[in-house]
Design a protein around this ligand. Sequence first.
Ligand SMILES: Nc1ncnc2c1ncn2[C@@H]1O[C@H](COP(=O)(O)OP(=O)(O)OP(=O)(O)O)[C@@H](O)[C@H]1O
Ligand SMILES: [Mg+2]
Length: 226
Amino acid sequence: MLLKTDQISKGYGLGENRVTALQEINLSVLEGSFLALVGPSGSGKSTLLTLLGGLNRPDKGTLWIDDIDVYGLSGEKMADFRREYIGFVFQQFHLMPYLTALENVMLPLAVKKMAVQEQRQRAIALLERVGLAGKEHRLPHQLSGGEQERVAIARAIVNKPPLILADEPTGALDSQMGEQIMELFQELHRDGLTIIMVTHNLDYLRYVSQAAYLKDGRLQKVEEIS
Ligand SMILES: Nc1ncnc2c1ncn2[C@@H]1O[C@H](COP(=O)(O)OP(=O)(O)OP(=O)(O)O)[C@@H](O)[C@H]1O
Ligand SMILES: [Mg+2]
């Protein structure tokens, strides 16, 4: 098991404003899975994703990734853990506007003791892999939304993290671009990456290997897909 949670619960706010976002989530994800997290707006999908990525801590519960007790780590160790283990992709691409596509993809490698030439080569190969050969030196505003999302995906995987977490990665794209991004995720899954993706588009379930259904902060079921 690459990832396993035990009874994760999370609420926001205090007193009568208290909102329970997640209740006693038990989820296991095998290495190599492509899991979709689905459910209505407000059901807790994004909350769960940020908890799984160690961007936030739950009120209760445990998360193991690769046998590491993630919430047992101190703040600094948790940041190291995130850098090494998790590639994040968001709906808003969060690219640096004044850096080229290539520089954006190289960014996570800057903290590594890797020769700059090697960083460049790896980033260029990845940009080619996601269909952006020839556009390495464009700034984000010179790329389409789908292309910017591809840069964000390349940046998320450049460190070769064992787990990719994506929150509505197609949410800002039209349906054709969305399908293309899903095809890219499907290819990455076939290459062996483990991916957990939030989506509200049930059409996209045909690309994934498992679907986990959230409702009112509870995990209703996990379904195996073909
Ligand atoms: N920072 C916050 N402070 C207070 N309440 C929050 C916060 N973030 C989320 N919530 C609440 O927690 C619940 C779960 O929210 P969450 O964002 O996880 O839902 P979601 O399934 O991702 O929804 P959507 O599909 O609309 O993105 C909701 O009731 C939401 O209002
Ligand atoms: Mg959300």
